[in-house]
Design a protein. Structure first.
Length: 390
């Protein structure tokens, strides 16, 4: 029996980040809201801008189509509960549909959330949650100790388990240099270019509504002493122009002038026409933020890639594959409490867009006569052969 009173016993030490505690020093118990207007960004970008819309769809659909395999103890598992969960995450969605929503949220908000519905400690269903409805609750260590999901006036609370079990929420975010808890989306980085592109489209629409040119000027040359129109004459003339000559339906309709009126048409200057190139430049900036080669979007004036196949290969290698591998690693860590020996990997050899590069790799390795068959298979990421033929 120890003679040291319990009062003087030191509590067991726990490993924690010293820097993270500083973040939460003055914000203990306070929610950390997403510091941006997600709804405005989504409306102006995804819903109203064709370039941003197509970029989000391209990245999300391509990443969702990349096949994932479960590796356990170094061997690919044809049948595994984790593989079945990824393929059939919930009754309403397929695996591709769920991951497309997940990647779409990540591109528009910089944050994406998956909810795991567990039964008897094992996850049975997965759902993608809207990031604008989610907020993190910070603990003493500065990390998020839970999440609150608000919708329809109700709030669902998700707490991380203290026993190290499966967390009900997976939060994946893109790097943000000035925020400790939320990510920076490509859509927010391209917000200025999106506004410029939308403004150019609106200006072009107004120009087309006025017969694709400025409306010109009516010059009144009245008799001496009456060089100006009266208020009634001005209002009547303005109303007649609006009713009979404005709009695309009246484009090219001749004016009938009387009473000393003279029409002087106006043309666009080269500076006025430069808005077209400014619109294309804004489109290229939007595509750059999302990592999509402009050639894939049909934007003129981009000669970075010699052909479409080269641009598509760069898109997969520089944008899609890093995103899929990052997501696979996050999913592996998330499910580690349930399946500690299983990991998710991207099967890049099954992606059609990489077939030309894969064929070239196989040809180079097959010509390496100094390697054995098993060494060649290992270089390709394949398991060794079995049996006497090996």
């Amino acid at each position: 029996m120890s003679l040291i009173p319990d009062l003087f016993r030191k509590p067991p030490e726990k490993k924690a980040s010293a820097a993270k505690a500083l973040i939460a020093l003055n914000r203990l118990g306070a929610p950390a809201w997403t510091p941006r207007d997600y709804a405005s960004l989504a409306r102006a970008g995804y819903e109203k801008n064709v370039i941003a819309y197509r970029c989000v769809r391209l990245v999300a659909e391509a990443a969702a189509s990349a096949p994932l395999s479960v590796i356990e103890d170094g061997a690919a598992m044809a049948e595994h509960p984790l593989a079945a969960l990824i393929a059939h995450p919930n009754p309403e969605q397929s695996g591709a549909e769920l991951m497309e929503s997940f990647y779409g949220f990540l591109q528009t908000a910089g944050n994406a959330y998956l909810e795991a519905v567990a039964l008897d400690g094992a996850p049975r269903e997965l759902y993608a949650l809207r990031p604008d409805r989610m907020k993190a609750r910070l603990g003493k260590s500065g990390w998020a100790e839970g999440f609150d999901y608000a919708a329809g006036g109700r709030v669902a609370t998700f707490n991380k388990p203290d026993d190290g079990g499966l967390s009900p929420i997976l939060h994946l975010n893109l790097f943000h240099p000035t925020n400790d808890h939320y990510g920076l989306s490509p859509l927010e980085a391209a917000a200025s270019a999106v506004d410029l592109h939308n403004a150019a489209s609106a200006w072009n629409k107004s120009l087309l509504d006025n017969a694709a040119r400025p409306s010109g000027a009516l010059v009144y040359k009245g008799p001496e002493g009456a060089e100006n129109l009266t208020a009634d004459q001005f209002d009547r003339l303005k109303a007649e122009l609006e009713d009979a000559y404005q709009g695309s339906a009246n484009a090219g309709r001749p004016l009938v002038l009387d009473g000393g009126l003279e029409w002087r048409s106006m043309s666009l200057t080269p500076a006025d026409m430069d808005f077209i190139e400014a619109k294309h430049a804004a489109a290229r900036e939007i595509a750059l933020a999302f990592g999509v080669p402009p050639m894939l979007l049909g934007i003129p004036g981009d000669n970075t890639y010699s052909n479409y196949r080269e641009a598509n290969l760069a898109f997969w290698k520089q944008t899609v594959l890093p995103l899929v591998r990052k997501t696979a690693a996050a999913l592996t860590n998330w499910f580690a409490p349930v399946w500690p020996h299983a990991s998710l990997v991207c099967r890049s050899e099954a992606i059609d867009a990489l077939s030309a590069e894969r064929d070239a790799l196989w040809a180079r390795i097959s010509r390496a006569d100094f390697l054995s068959d098993d060494e060649k298979r290992a270089a390709l990421g394949l398991a060794p052969q079995e049996g006497d033929d090996a």
